[in-house]
Design a protein around this ligand. Structure first.
Ligand code: ADP
Ligand code: MG
Length: 696
């Protein structure tokens, strides 16, 4: 057993380390800046840089890097040595305030959606003191934002930080209205539960599709899949346990509290849940978690699959984003209180979330729209592509009572009056029951279940923070103008519930009837990425992001193009891999096996009265299937060629879905049937069974 308290955060330049190593006045200023979004002076930066460098060198660091999160969705780093020659043949370890605060990676190849072309070729990285620096593999990592010289965000962190500021500003206005003068900041919090698959490296190495695309493009159903549900919460295999232990140790050193881990429903699928933290730290930590999962799996002879749907017919992987708001005084703003006043404040924040989800369904859907996640949303293990909020029966009862100004069964004889009546206690497990909702209230936080396992959580949290900030802004405007605060508050909550109740759904989200019901309610059901993305640039959304200073319209355009581009690129890579596998491996293998069958058939036929029906029918079917496969492969190759000449990004992504992806799906049907007929000896790839049960 590792000594957790001893290793925990041992590689992090945390507040405690700063307190021990910085002059007291400097420490105070840094902490103030962190908690109040204030910039640090160059003098302070110099003092911090030196202390940080000395600490890092003691931890074995020789290099430092500005660690950032470009629009690729993975993190980027470029290492620089601390070493500075002194001119007399010696060298010293040095790190200046300027090197800490700003970096200039030559990063012109990251996607910018045309931003750098139109403005300024270079981008620079800026230190984010709110996320602690850390040492990993002999390198001091400094979390940074990545922006263009004219200030446009080129990454996922900058808008996340801006959205946190927007939320902070509006939430504080609300708290002041409730007479709270002690709180000085409100931070969004997140805990991202991460699902993943582990497969043995030997099978992974034989699958081009896993290597190039992260998912299997072919594969017939195995004799045993997840139907027995015997893997869920089952005993963890020793090899996986060893992996998890090392992962936990490394995460703990970096200050990531990996709290629970268990086997998931599908064979070879697992989950890791961290303890929640402020969203920008949670986003950094989730990126680290994914990276460490990959590298540590390799050390254990395995590969970690983070794709949303590595195996057809088997549960995919998501990343549940648990979200709430917390004050610097330690209060969770989504925790129902015990007194009528606390309850009223809770109900107002709850209303802001309900209204945000209802009015910005499109943006929340877009925040999780990727080619990979399209396989998952709406399939039978994930929430549907429809946004709805699960609140549980008790809370729905309260909302109904408020809306209709009726009495609530649990709250006595009087009609429910906000600010006067007390909410009942919501038993936690009853709110935890509904696992089929896309957005569920789980007692004192919301759980957004749509994000895909490989995605950065930044996108979803940018939308959550900004839309809730926007609703709080409107609430604050109305309440600040009111003569009678309590009466206005009551009416505001009642009206908001009334106007947004259509988003509340406590039923089974996997049920086909919900799709129809949602349509009757006028809720959006954006099934695929190309269908969802065009909603991004609507007037309503531009106003939202510009008004809250999270994105300019130009930045939105850039992001929109990148999202469209990513979709098309992903599909095209999958298509080219499909074509390559079919032409180079699958058709030749099946053809060779057909030759073998034909030989046997001819030999058998020469014998009088022998039943040749097996060889005959197998050969016949294989002939039909290879012909269809070869024809479809031609169609696919033509479509890939044609796509290169499509200029408009919307047109291209629709073409990719309707023509390329559709042909790939058709091909897969033929190939999977051929696999069931072809001798295992001839089949060129490990089967689903071999992959799913490869780690024993
Ligand atoms: P549940 O049993 O409802 O899944 P857990 O306590 O296991 O709840 O938490 C699930 C995830 O939610 C964990 O990652 C946890 O850290 C996170 N979480 C808990 N409280 C909050 C909160 N206030 N804000 C954000 N995330 C939270
Ligand atoms: Mg969960």
């Amino acid at each position: 057993m590792s000594n957790v308290p001893e290793i925990f955060g041992s590689m992090v330049f945390s507040e405690a380390v700063m307190q021990a190593r910085l002059p007291h006045a400097t420490y105070k200023e840094v902490v103030y800046a962190i908690h109040h979004d204030k910039p640090l002076t160059p003098e302070i930066a110099t003092v911090v840089a030196t202390a940080m460098k000395n600490w890092a060198v003691e931890k074995g660091a020789t290099h430092f890097t500005h660690w950032f999160q470009p629009m690729t969705g993975v993190t980027a780093e470029k290492h620089d040595a601390f070493v500075h020659p002194t001119g007399d043949g010696r060298a010293i370890m040095e790190f200046s305030g300027k090197e800490l605060v700003q970096g200039e990676p030559d990063a012109s190849s990251f996607p910018s959606g045309g931003l750098r072309a139109t403005f300024e070729a270079r981008g620079y990285t800026a230190w984010d003191p709110t996320s602690y620096a850390f040492v990993k593999d002999g390198v001091l990592y400094i979390p940074t934002a990545f922006v263009s010289y004219t200030g446009e965000a080129l990454d996922k962190k900058t808008p996340l930080l801006r959205s946190m500021q927007a939320l902070n500003k509006q939430a504080l206005r609300i708290l002041r209205l409730f007479g709270d003068m002690s709180v000085s900041s409100v931070r969004a919090t997140a805990g991202a539960e991460q699902e993943y698959f582990l497969v043995d490296k030997s099978v992974y190495d034989q699958r081009k599709d896993l290597i190039y695309t992260g998912r299997t493009l072919f594969g017939a159903r195995p004799p045993k899949g997840q139907e027995m549900e015997d893997h869920y919460f089952g005993a963890i295999k020793p090899r996986v346990a060893a992996f998890m232990k090392e992962l936990n140790d490394e995460l703990w050193k970096l200050g990531v509290v990996a709290k629970t881990e268990h086997n998931e429903v599908a064979p070879a699928q697992h989950e890791l849940a961290p303890l929640f933290s402020t969203v920008n730290i949670a986003a950094d930590h989730n990126q680290l978690t994914m990276e460490l999962m990959r590298t540590i799996a390799k050390k254990h002879g395995m590969e970690c699959l983070l794709h949303e749907k590595p195996f057809a017919g088997v549960n995919g992987s998501g990343k549940h984003n648990n979200w709430s708001m917390a004050t610097d005084t330690g209060e969770n703003l989504l925790e129902p209180g015990d007194t009528p006043a606390e309850n009223a404040q809770f109900l107002l924040f709850l209303c802001a979330v309900l209204k945000a989800v209802n009015e910005y369904q499109d943006l929340l859907r877009i925040s999780v729209a990727t080619a990979g996640n399209d396989h998952r949303l709406g399939a039978n293990e994930a929430p549907p592509a429809i946004l709805s909020v699960y609140v549980g029966e008790e809370l729905e009862g309260v909302l109904n009572a408020i809306m209709n100004e009726e009495k609530y069964a649990g709250s006595g004889k009087e009609p429910f009056k906000v600010g006067v009546s007390v909410l009942p206690r919501f038993p936690k497990d009853s709110t935890d029951r509904n696992r089929t909702s896309s957005f569920a209230f789980t007692g004192n936080k919301f759980e957004f279940r749509m994000p895909g396992s490989s995605q950065s959580i930044s996108e979803a949290n940018i939308v959550l923070n900004t839309t809730v900030a926007e609703e709080l802004r409107r609430f604050a405007d109305r309440l600040e103008a009111a003569d009678d605060f309590d009466a206005e508050l009551h009416d505001l909550i009642r009206d908001t519930v009334k106007e947004n109740i259509r988003i509340v759904f406590n039923g089974n989200g996997y049920d086909e009837s919900w799709v129809e019901e949602a349509e009757r309610r006028g809720l959006l059901n954006l099934r695929t990425t190309p269908e969802a993305l065009p909603y991004y640039m609507s007037e309503k959304n531009i106003q939202l992001f510009e008004g809250n200073k999270v994105f300019t319209e130009t930045e939105m355009h850039a992001r929109y193009e990148i999202m469209q581009e990513n979709y098309a690129k992903t599909i095209r890579i999958e298509a080219m891999t499909t074509s390559d596998m079919v032409r180079k491996d699958i058709l030749p293998a099946v053809s060779a096996y057909g030759g073998k069958l034909a030989k046997t058939l001819a030999a058998k036929k020469a014998l009088e009265g022998v039943d040749c029906s097996y060889e005959q029918s197998a050969l016949k079917r294989l002939c039909e299937l290879t012909a269809m496969t070869s024809k479809a492969a031609d169609v696919l190759d033509e479509a890939i060629m044609e796509s290169a000449s499509i200029a408009g990004c919307e047109e291209l992504s629709c073409f990719c879905r309707d023509k390329i992806f559709a042909t790939m799906s058709e091909l897969r049907i033929y190939v999977d049937e051929m696999e069931t007929i072809t001798s295992a000896k001839y089949w060129p790839y490990p089967t689903y069974g071999a992959m799913l049960f490869s780690v024993r």
